[in-house]
Design a protein. Sequence first.
Length: 81
Amino acid sequence: MINPADYIKDNSLRIIVKPGKKQNYVLGYDYDKKALIVEIKAPAYDNKANKEVIKFFCKLLKKHVRIKSGHTSHTKILIIS
């Protein structure tokens, strides 16, 4: 499995979210877009996927995580602190 901590640069992590999947899972890394590809169980409406992304990465990294940009986009930048 890919370790997301390896891709954190300057306390930020770029991700591409694929919502509405069977489980929360880090699929891989897109070298063209320089972003982790992440499947998320929650649907993309009503801010549910964003909340699930934060919860998932907090648990994975054991750190505080928030979304810096991309609240309404599949591509997001997370701040890790």
